[in-house]
Design a protein around this ligand. Sequence first.
Ligand code: GTB
Length: 217
Amino acid sequence: MTITITAFERSPDGGKGLARDTRVRWALEEVGQPYQVRLVSFRAMKEPAHLALHPFGQIPTYEEGDLALFETGAIVFHIAERHAGLLPGDASARARAITWMFAALSTVEPPILELVTARLIESDRSWSAQRMPLVEDRVRVRLGQLSRRLGDADWLDGAFSAGDLMMASVLLRLRASGILDEFANLAAYVAHGEARPAYKRAFDAQLAVNTGKPPTG
Ligand code: GTB
């Protein structure tokens, strides 16, 4: 059955791969599932046809036959459950990999998004200079905890899993702030994710959309 996802017609990041369709593309590339992409404008995202797929008027969405999903956590989990390559066969290891997916989205991503908002949207407010160190420190606390858990391992729990895919995707958003590089093992962990052929294919595909150049690979 054909899989169709949605992505920005033009991502505000110009193709840095930070929009959330990249993590869905990455998951599909890891499991070797072909997919189509329907590009949507900001205006189209708020129109009834797209709102029927995504109640919050966002990308990405995922369609496969009668099934329509939104939320990257649910989408990546769905892909990982149905196709080999992103979740271990052992039941306990599988549960731990899923735990890392939730940790990425519920515990690590929120302070990072707070920082992104503080930098991009609130930096001209009178209170911004006072608040920024607090927001940055909340990110540092979380990254410190994650860094200690990762140690010198390649991945969070044994072999690469959907948990790593989600965690690396979440951490990527931090690179521009410089904070990721304060944690050498986390910076290496993200680079390790980016070096995966499946990530490169996903990145190139979104870059092609945003620059108009066809993927090289
Ligand atoms: N929790 C949802 C999920 O994980 O699927 C969040 C989805 C979401 O935030 N979608 C964003 C969106 O559609 C795009 S990814 N925004 C439009 C809107 O809300 O009207 C977030 C994003 C946007 C831009 C950049 N960037 O330019 O760097 C990075 C990430």
